[in-house]
Design a protein around this ligand. Sequence first.
Ligand code: GLU
Length: 489
Amino acid sequence: MTSPKPRVRFAPSPTGYLHVGGARTALYNWLFARHESGIFILRIEDTDAERSTEESAGAILDAMHWLGLDWDEGPEVGGPLGPYRQADRLDLYREYARKLLEDGKAYYCVCTPEELEVRRKAALAAGRSLKYDGRCRERGNRRPSSGRGGLVGAAGAAVRLLIRESGTIEIADLVHGPIRFEDADLDDFILLRSDGMPTYNFAVVIDDVLMGITHVIRGDDHISNTPRQIKLYEALDLPLPRFAHIPMILGPDRSRLSKRHGAMGVMAYKEMGYLPEAMVNYLARLGWSHGDQEIFAPEEMIRHFTLEKVGRTAAVFDPVKLEWLNGQYLKQSAPERLVPLIRPFWEASGVNREEVGRKDDAWLEAALRLFQERARTLAELASSSRFVFEGKIERDEAAVRKILTPEAKARLLALLQDIDVLSAFTTALLERLFRARAETLGLKLVDLAQPFRVALSGKAVSPPIFPIMELMGPELVRRRVEEALEEEG
Ligand code: GLU
């Protein structure tokens, strides 16, 4: 018998942006589905009306799109597919709660939060267990007591699962191996609150069942929920999915990754000038490996991804490595692709938008081709290349003092006159001219190129100067050099 096609889901709660850990969970689910030719589902877990916001749901979708994590199913709501949203599925949870009540596997609980709190405090004082004391279980409530509401979902009574203790539960976690849970630690937890809203553990299981989820791949902060969820599968008489709990992510100081360690939201990396493929590659390697390979094309990641190769220990988030990886991707990217991405970064670095608009794509691509080799982010690429545009530049004081000496300025002036009579303003002719000049003056090429570099870019380091000159054109080169001659050395 062939096993069914694997079906997995990523199930974020829209209570904030998509953070690095969530994005990695989404990616592992997506890679697993793609590797197995299975189905990847996105499910927004928005039943907590107080903490869920539309804005967060939108932000999560934006991040999924940016990372290229596409999902395969969802309700048809006109327009693009899905995702599923739990808030649209409340009737389903209520229906299952009713079924569990009818089968005697759940019961109504009319204990109010205040009553529970009083009993909890008393238990604490007496050194007894803090679990729900089962008062309504003993009452055998299949329906809420009179005066306290009516059917499932009506105000007044919550629905609890009747836990049948069976000793221990053991799962073969696909990352951690066998994990055992003691039944005695569980209490009759709430499935539906008295306002008819499902709890997380209940909605997750019902949806995982209805969506035919075969593998639950999620962060290991959910391990403690797993035994409760298993009890629900048992109550529903349904086979368990496989579980894979992914270890959490630590900061470089080995404490749990948090804001202290830098940006947590995936889209903050977009804003800092990271490419989505670098982010995806980095996240994939954050806890998964394939030999020593660091750089993976998406097809390679899909081909090699298996849960067996996900590590059992926490991964450490290393911003320096992420930046390095991004640099590798920037270097390889076709300039045509980078042009639209870098425009906002040029603007942010102070280049006038109209001016960028006046340049044609071929010119912008040629500019990027000169600089992309050395930059690690789009922001860095924008700031290192901004001087090739018209506006004013600030020159590095130390570079001016050291390199724009009176002697160097005299050479700049002389070369400017030579340049004026060049038949064409090309890299090859400029280089030939500079070499010839250096030779007649008994200097090295760098002695002439370096003052030009500082004059044009304001810095002592830049890509090769002749192609930059060709790109900037004679008028801008002349103007920059003239400005440089005015600098106080
Ligand atoms: N909604 C849960 C969360 O955002 C995920 C639950 C799960 O994957 O089972 O943490």
